[in-house]
Every structure is written in C-alpha cells, then in structure tokens.
Design a protein around this ligand. Structure first.
Ligand SMILES: Cc1ncc(C[n+]2csc(CCOP(=O)(O)OP(=O)(O)O)c2C)c(N)n1
Length: 569
C-alpha cells in the first residue's frame, strides 16, 4: 500500500502503540496535521512548544512509555530545545518529530529553516534528517527503539515537507538491526560474584540509588536487597520514590540539599552500592573528599558513565533490574570456603552501623521553625504529603520549591516524583504535570511551583483547562527567585540583585481568567483545609500560597565543599 510520508509517520506511531502526541502545528508539519484526524491518536495542543515537549517528557516519566512530541520547523523546533535537553540530562525516552523545509531548500536560509539536527546533536541520544520517504518507516522504528532501550533518551526525527508529501510503499519493519548499538542488559556474572562477596563482608554498607533504578523498574528488587541484607538506602533527586520513605532504612536524599544522615552515612560507609546513579556533582560535592573510606561498586547500563567522576572498584555494566536479580542469586549461593559469619549475612547484621545512622538522624533531622503567623513552605509540603498519603504524582519546578518537595514529601512509590534534575529547567513542572495527568488519569497530580518558575510556562493553563485535566498547582510564593536569593544571602552579602519579583500577576485571577479555579492561602491555620478543598475539585486549580519570604533550604552544602560541610539552618 502506498502512503505519503505524513501517513507513514502516523501509521507508524499507531503501530508503536502511541496513544497521545503533544504538539503544536505550523506550515512545515501541516501535512501531518491534515492527516491526524484519520488516526486513533489523541493530540494535545500545547500553547508553546516548550510546553509540548515537557508534557511528552512528563508523560514518559509517569508512565514508563515513550513520550511523543510534534512541532514545526524553525522556531517550533528551537522552542523545543530546552525540553529536549531536559529529557536528555535525565535520560527520559521521548521521540520528537520536527517539520523541516523542503529538501531542495535546506541550507538556503529558507523561511523557518533551522539546522535542528545540528543544534540538538549534543542533547539527543540520536537524531535523523530523513531525506527519502523510503527511509521513514525504518527511521521511526529505530527512533522508538533507541529512545527506550539501553540508557533511555530523546531521539529527534527531522522531516522535510516534501518527504511528508512524497509517497512510497509502506511496510513497517518488525525488527531492527543496528550493528553499532547493542546495549548490555545482563551483567558479567564474575563481577556480580565479586559484588556479592563485598556485600557479605561489608560492615558499613550503603545503597546509593539513582534514576536508573526507576527507569529499569528495579524498585522491588532494591527494596528486597536493602531489607534482606540490612543496608541503609539513600537516593538522588531522580530516584526519590524508589524506596519507601517510611522504612527505617531510608536516609533521605543525599548531596547538596541532602539529609545530614545521608551525607554522613555515605562519607563513613565502607561500601557504596551505586545503582543506576552517576555521581553528579550535586551529589558528590568536593570530589577529592567524597567517600574516602569506601569501596565503590557502580552499576550502570551506560558504560561511559562508569569511572567518569569517581574511581570505581567494581564496575558493572548492566540494567539495574537484571543486576539485582543476578546479585540475589549470587548471594543465595554459599561462597566457596566462606567463613560461617560470611554466610548468610542476615538481617540485624549491621546493627551497630544502623545505630550510628539513627543517631545522626536524631541529631539533625530535616526540620524548620514552625510559625503561627506566616506559612512555612515545608509545612505546606508536609500537609500535601499527609493529605495524599504519599500517593500523589508530584512534579516540581526548579529552585527552593523543588528541594522542599524532595525533602518533605514522603514518597511511597516509584514514578511519583517528576522533576528536572540534570538540567534544572524552570518551567518544567507544570507542563510535565499535564503529561503525567494524561498518563495517569486516576492519580492526583500536583505541581509544586515557585512564583518565578510557574511564570515560564504559565500559558499551559489553557492546555490543562482545555483537556479537563484536574492538575493542581501549588505555588510557594515568596516574591523572590528564592533559590538564587538564598545563594545571594549566604555567599554574596545579601546583594539581592535581580531576584525580587516586584511585579507578579494575581495568580488567583489568572487561574480564573483561564477557566481554572484559584485559591490564595495566607493563614497557616488554613493550609490543610484549603489544600483539601482544592485537591477535591475535579478541575485545574492554582493554590497561591504566600510563604515566609526569606525561608531557606537546609541543609546546604556550599558549592565546591565536601558533603560533610553542611550549613544546617
Ligand atoms: C530556565 C532557567 N533559568 C534560570 C534558572 C536559574 N535558577 C535556578 S533556581 C531559580 C529561582 C527559582 O525561583 P522560583 O521559581 O520563584 O522558585 P523558588 O526558588 O523561590 O522556590 C533560578 C532563577 C533555571 N534553573 N532555569
């Protein structure tokens, strides 16, 4: 059967079981939009391409499926770049289709021409410029495969207008062969046996979990390992939710705004099991001081991330879930010639290590000075956590709001915390919440926002209202670009240059103007009742919470310092 390029694209999306495409039209994709109503695909019209790509990203993070985004050439494509880089830094599988000027015009500075393949080369896992319609079906198949396998990431397909219009015989490939791309899922069993050995012998082990645990669906296996072998767990921002926050083995997040207990425990550990985490500088602090006494085991599906930042004693290239399954088997088998105390390492084995950790937890827990007159942001997050029993999908913007959400929400399940960790993109949270709500229609989705960040993609209120999405936005409104103000307070002698948001919209009226509901909270005693009422409303809601203006996020490790050097108030 002969199809046009536009039809081939849409038919192939259908075969990939794509249910929703987030997009924004233009001349260079009008042929695709012309065909769209003929296919069983839901299209969500964002109000800005950045909103579309963040929504596709949020959809992917919440569902574990590939998110899809469709934008036009030129400014449509460049508007999506921030979102593409955001997905790339956090290893999120998305396929982005961009329109392109007709092939004969490429390189001629044609109207709305931009070299998006060149621009996105450093921030996509792979990208394609399709010049011949006969390549298109294969390219789409490859793009979905590349996005979702190995270390996931964004893949871009640039599709010139004449290729969308050209016709060819359609056959969607069943399988793909890519000679140079063969991700390793199963670990080397000798390495696994070495890991089992160090796990048996460790006196002060710690699990340092990263986003790879969530991406590979390894949470259950990780919980099993921690509980069976009595190993405390800390996690990066990207991995929150991979281990239940109410478990006594949970230490909280580590790093720049990590807990006192997590930062001290990793610094005193004799064994670090780094599972699907990449030793980001926000986690390690000053590298030369990081975990000096520990043997480091690093499991990552991406071989290039091993030995990149820290020297690793046992490297394991593998999918986290496959690794944990193999480790379980290896631990179950008695090691040859092992001393009695080495096998099996039963629960209770690390009692003195855990006692020490409990003392750190008790000494400096996450805390704040409660106040009856002014609303504390940490209190707001605690209330959200209680009202939702840790079951909501929480997206965040970037800044203090993001860190308070990470610290004070008690996550109980994976894919529940959706935040721009690697790139730190203000404006991410709200459109990501739209995508997450599309993926999880039955869950409560809440964007925890700052008054600065929310203004970066505020136009997506129209999208949320248009599709009846009951997303909640809780703005922690401090009238500042709070996190930058905090740095200025602590390290730049309170020189609050360009961080005071003197003029801001009335967010309640703004919500109403878009057809959403709006609440304003100023009284600490009403936080619980107003949030409960807002969460119960089956529509898009903004809750503008006027908080203590100069509240800081603590602990804080100053940039370049060791993670044991925390500012604690
Ligand atoms: C697109 C973008 N621009 C600038 C920054 C730098 N930045 C990081 S946090 C922050 C302040 C955020 O302010 P707000 O959204 O009000 O949140 P708060 O920190 O007050 O919770 C800024 C400007 C960024 N992360 N992303």
């Amino acid at each position: 059967m002969e199809l046009t390029g536009a039809q081939i694209l849409l038919e192939s999306l259908r075969r990939e079981d794509v249910e929703v495409v987030f997009g924004f039209p233009g001349g260079a994709v009008i042929d695709i939009y012309d065909q769209l109503p003929n296919y069983p695909l839901k299209h969500v019209l964002a109000r800005h391409e950045q909103g579309a790509i963040h929504a596709a990203d949020g959809y992917a993070r919440a569902s574990g499926r590939v998110g899809v985004c469709l934008v036009t050439s030129g400014p449509g494509a460049t508007n999506a770049v921030t979102g593409i880089a955001t997905a790339y830094m956090d290893s999120v599988p998305v396929v982005i289709v961009t329109g392109q000027v007709p092939t004969p015009l490429i390189g001629n500075d044609a109207f709305q021409e931009v070299d998006i393949v060149g621009i996105t080369r450093p921030c996509t896992k792979h990208n394609y410029l399709v010049k011949d319609v006969r390549d298109l079906a294969r390219v789409i198949k490859e793009a979905f495969y590349l996005a979702a396998t190995g270390r996931p990431g964004p893949v871009l397909i640039d599709l010139p207008k004449d290729v969308q219009q050209a016709k060819c015989e359609y056959k969607y490939p069943k399988t793909i062969k890519m000679r140079s791309y063969n991700p390793t899922y199963a670990p080397n069993l000798k390495q696994v046996a070495r890991v089992a050995d160090v796990v048996r012998k460790a006196k002060k082990p710690i699990i340092y979990a990263g986003g790879g645990v969530i991406a590979s669906g390894a949470s259950e296996d990780l919980i099993w390992l921690a509980r069976t072998y009595d190993i405390p767990v800390t996690a990066t921002l990207m991995a929150l939710g991979c281990f239940p926050a109410d478990d006594p083995l949970w230490l909280g997040m580590l790093g720049m705004h990590g807990t006192y207990a997590a930062n001290l425990a990793i610094s005193h550990a004799d064994l670090i099991l780094a599972i699907g985490s990449r030793f980001d500088d926000r986690v390690t602090g000053k590298l030369s001081e990081f975990a000096k006494n520990a043997k480091i085991v690093h499991i990552d599906i991406d071989p290039t991330s091993i030995q990149k930042n820290v020297a690793v004693h046992i490297p394991v290239v593998a999918d986290c879930k496959s690794f944990l399954a193999a480790l379980r088997q290896s631990l179950a088998a008695a090691p040859a010639g092992a001393a009695a105390e080495d096998t099996p390492p039963a629960a209770g084995r690390h009692a003195s290590w855990l006692e020490r950790i409990d003392a750190w937890k008790a000494e400096k827990p996450l805390t704040y000075a409660a106040d009856s007159k002014v609303i504390k942001p940490q209190h707001v997050i605690e209330v959200i956590s209680r009202l939702t029993k840790g079951q909501a999908v929480i997206t965040t913007e970037v800044g203090q709001n993001q860190m308070w959400a990470a610290q004070f929400y008690q996550f109980t399940r994976p894919r529940s915390f959706i935040s721009s960790g690697g790139l730190g993109t203000m404006g991410f949270g709200f459109p990501a919440a739209i995508g997450a709500q599309m993926a999880c229609p039955d869950r409560l989705v809440i964007d925890v926002a700052g008054d600065g960040s929310i203004q970066m993609c505020i136009q997506e209120l129209a999208t949320a209202v248009c599709y009846d999405l009951p997303v909640k936005i809780v703005i922690l409104n401090n009238g500042y670009l709070g996190m930058v103000r905090q740095w200025q307070e602590l390290f730049y002698a309170k020189n609050y240059c360009a961080t005071c948001l003197d003029v801001a919209p009335d967010f309640v009226k703004l919500a109403e103007a878009y057809g959403a509901a709006g609440y304003r909270l100023t009284d600490p005693s009403q936080v619980e009742s107003v949030l409960a009422e807002a969460f119960a409303l089956p529509k898009t809601v903004i809750v503008d919470v006027v908080i203590d203006r100069e509240e800081n996020v603590a602990p804080m490790v100053p940039a370049g310092k060791s993670i044991t050097e925390m500012i604690l108030v």
